[in-house]
Design a protein around this ligand. Structure first.
Ligand code: TPP
Ligand code: MG
Length: 786
């Protein structure tokens, strides 16, 4: 009875939510109507420590488990920015995009493993699947390793947790789904995937979506059989309450006990209100199908079954219906009032302040702004902020108390709205990598010189000995010990669980990282070449980078992506799509160390911090000799602090990564030509030079050359903006700034391809020389080379 009533209330909420959107009170609606009954069954087997990783149809499940409720649901529908009202996203995500709060107000972990959890939903279809893999994989790691459970207290009691993923039938057409399913079958992890099959993906039916029009038929080859691994697959109808309850009970027991992945294909689900509030299904569904939305309704069928089985009489159920409708309606009204009350108060306050300023300065025309706020087009903060600021423009140059009060409010209000709408992109917790205390590398007479790869190898070894939560996943990182042998011998020392070979599946390697990081582990996601990061880019951009932001500080996944790039051979092993990385991945820090000692120093910082980051090692640097710091493993380089690798007085060359060495060679040639170049290695592109050291260098040299591995207008444009605009570097320049970048085309294979596609020593010399010649033509005669 209580299940039925919960499903009923959930339905009323869907209907009510749609109405709120259609009457203009909420921006958008997408609801779980037609999917209720299966979710009741799934909720019954869901325990503290378990994870949901699902999509926007799951409100009934969220209500049934207590991870959400009607008031949070409506708060999110109305876009309430108060974390207490909408703990999933503080008004940042569309309705039905759920998340539990894993972090406390200071950004530290709560005892995540002791409560039911939901990873933060996202709108791109299927993009939550890869991290589901990691959530489930963490159970396997925790179960097999008691020391790990002790090293990450509060995250897992015994490794018995199950991850429940949900996805729509059409969502299974995405590559990310298939990649996840294959990997889950290979890994044999406690992942229970439910496909909510309503026959459609918006207007496109299953025959266009899925081979054999059925995901369970398509995946039949995944079914585990004696002697093989695989999935346990079940098909059950979305209205068949007793079968659903039995299926989830049996299957979850198996998944939990044996850590076997499972698929529940829930068929014959409905969409009584159509896909979402942005369209009407009458436009594309047949009459028969529209009729089925009523005749096949899972709640009606559950009710019929209850009456037939004499669990309740129709009259009893009708009597509850009234109460349940009222309960939903009063939750909605309360949520609407809670949403509106503070904004209305802000409107009133602003109106009062403008009114008083008007009295103080009757000659200024402020009446329009007062009128705007007295009868606003909408109850919104933009209305308030816009009116207040335009009133302040009209009051410019006036010193009265009321004008001052209005300006004070305008400033405060803007700052408060920045917090509401722009905060939490990066971790600000005590564990932020920006707060890790730097420790300089130390050298002595005993410091030996070794290949760069050995510096990294020893540094990883020391970190892995220090922190049992660290592990690395990727292609060839285990048995081989990385294609450049950076992990040589470490799998033998630390075991397969910590140096783990994976299939060629960059997106789900990253997903495995996101999921395990959410569960308190410290994954290093190894992407073999920077060029192949693009396979994982969508996920990095949509799931990882905005995770802390979209949960308003409720969740974090401190994944460290290790990759290598810039210089080797050919079209796919020399890539530096740095502008892609920078622009798609705000929220993720970007380190571009010039050598392996610097890389080690940044890893040492990032492993101790809680913000995701990507570190790009210089691909042709593994065989170059470097001196090993005596405090390897322990020294920590600060993020956002460039290093001047050559002091000079004539011009500043700003660069990073592999180009630092080439720029240093160029500086020697330049010195012989009478040019004393200062070379600044930016070291981390994000954060970028937090103390404006580059502007200081410009104050001395008055000239800027940015040398970049990326395409024209790529990362160099980013660097120019930072230096010229943010740091006001233009004030120091006495010649136009220049950028020297890679070509638009990628590098042909071979040493010549690299030389002619990427900045080389001679190009740097000539670009620097040209700047000098422009400033002092008499001292620097034309080279007459073109
Ligand atoms: C990557 C991506 N492409 C397109 C969309 C637009 N879109 C939103 S929902 C949807 C249909 C999803 O259908 P299904 O997975 O069956 O879930 P249902 O809504 O039917 O429950 C589409 C195409 C999206 N959100 N993400
Ligand atoms: Mg569907």
């Amino acid at each position: 009875m209580s299940d039925y009533r919960l499903a009923f209330r959930s339905r009323v909420a869907s209907v009510s939510g749609r109405r709120e959107v259609l009457t203009g009170k909420a921006p958008f609606g997408i609801f779980g109507d037609g999917k209720e009954v299966a979710q009741l069954a799934m909720a019954k087997v869901f325990r503290p420590g378990d994870w949901r990783s699902g999509y926007y149809r799951d409100q009934t499940f969220m209500f049934a488990t207590g991870m959400s409720d009607l008031s949070q649901f409506f708060a999110q529908l109305y876009t309430n920015t108060d974390i207490a009202a909408d703990p999933s996203s503080a008004g940042r995500q569309m309705v039905s995009h759920f998340a539990t709060r894993l972090l406390d107000a200071g950004g530290g972990w709560t005892r995540v493993g002791e409560a039911m959890q939901s990873a933060a939903d996202l709108s791109p279809v299927g993009a939550h699947m890869p991290r589901s893999l990691g959530l489930a994989y963490a159970s396997k790691l925790y179960r097999s390793d008691r020391a790990l459970r002790e090293a990450a207290p509060g995250f897992s009691t015994s490794g018995d947790e199950v991850t429940f993923a949900t996805i729509g039938n059409a969502g299974t057409s995405e590559g990310l789904f298939w990649e996840t399913m294959n990997a889950a079958g290979v890994l044999q992890i406690p992942l229970l995937v439910s496909v909510w099959d309503d026959g459609y993906g918006i207007s496109v039916p299953n025959e266009y979506q899925t081979i054999k029009s059925s995901i369970s038929a398509a995946l039949a080859g995944f079914q585990r059989e004696p002697g093989t691994t695989g999935f346990e697959i079940r098909v059950v109808k979305g209205w068949d309450y007793p079968s659903l309850v039995d299926t989830y009970a049996d299957l979850t027991e198996l998944v939990r006990r044996e850590q076997v992945p499972a698929l529940v294909h829930v068929t014959e689900m409905t969409q009584p209100q159509g896909h979402s509030t942005s369209g009407s299904h009458e436009r594309y569904k047949t009459k028969e199908r529209l009729a089925f939305e009523t005749t096949g309704d899972p709640i009606t069928r559950m009710r019929d079954w209850m009456v037939a089985e004499k669990i309740a009489t129709a009259a009893e159920l009708d009597a509850f219906a009234d109460d349940d409708r009222k309960a939903v309606e009063s939750a909605r009204i309360a949520a609407w009032e809670t949403y509106q009350a503070p904004i209305k108060a802000e409107l009133d306050r602003a109106q009062g302040l403008i009114g008083r300023a008007q009295q103080e300065s009757p000659e200024v025309r402020l009446a329009d702004f007062v009128a705007e706020l007295a009868d606003p087009l909408e109850i919104s903060r933009r209305v308030v902020q816009s009116a207040v600021r335009r009133a302040a423009y009209a009051l410019r140059g006036r010193d009265g108390a009321a004008a001052g009060a209005l300006r004070g409010f305008a400033k405060e209000y803007a700052a408060r709205n920045d917090e509401r709408y722009r905060s939490f992109l990066y971790s600000a917790s005590p564990d932020s990598p920006l707060k890790v205390t730097p420790i300089a590398a130390e050298y002595s007479d005993r410091s030996e010189s070794v290949d760069g790869r050995v510096v990294l190898l020893r540094n990883f070894d020391l970190n892995f000995a220090r922190d049992p939560r660290l592990f690395v996943m990727g292609e060839d990182v285990g048995k081989l010990g990385d294609v450049n042998l950076v992990f040589e011998g470490l799998q033998a020392k630390y075991g397969e669980r910590r140096f783990t070979d994976t299939g060629i599946r960059e997106a789900t390697i990253l997903g495995q990282g996101i999921g395990t990081a959410l569960r308190g582990l410290r994954p290093i996601v190894d992407i073999q070449y920077l060029d192949y990061l693009l396979y994982a880019l969508e996920l990095a951009s949509d799931d990882l980078a905005p995770l802390h932001y979209r949960t308003a500080g409720g969740q974090k996944a401190p994944v460290i992506i290790r990759t290598k790039g810039h210089r080797l051979q050919g079209i796919w092993h020399t890539g530096s799509p740095m502008s892609v990385v920078l622009n798609a991945l705000r929220g993720i820090y970007v380190a571009v160390p010039r050598n392996m000692v610097q890389a080690a120093g940044f890893y040492n910082t990032l492993f101790r911090g809680d913000n995701p980051a990507i570190l790009i090692e210089v691909l042709n640097g593994y065989r170059l000799k470097e001196r090993v710091p005596d405090n390897l493993g322990d020294f920590r380089l600060p993020l956002g602090v460039p290093e001047t690798v050559r002091a000079g007085s004539d011009l500043t060359i700003v660069t990073y990564g592999a180009l630092v060495r080439i720029a240093l060679e160029a500086a020697e040639t330049l010195a012989a030509m009478g040019v004393d170049a200062e070379i600044v290695d930016v070291q981390t592109l994000n954060p970028f030079d937090l103390k404006a050291a580059i502007a200081e260098s410009l104050a001395k040299t008055n000239a800027l050359l940015v040398v970049d591995e990326d395409v024209p207008g790529g990362a160099s444009a980013f660097i120019l903006r930072e230096v010229l605009e943010t740091q006001r570097g233009f004030e120091h320049l006495d010649a136009p700034p220049r950028t020297l970048t890679a070509a638009e085309n990628r590098a042909a294979v071979g040493v010549d391809g690299d030389y002619f596609a990427k900045p080389n020593r001679e190009q740097i010399v000539e670009a620097a020389y040209a700047i000098m010649r422009e400033r002092r033509p008499r001292d620097f005669p034309d080279l007459r080379l073109g």
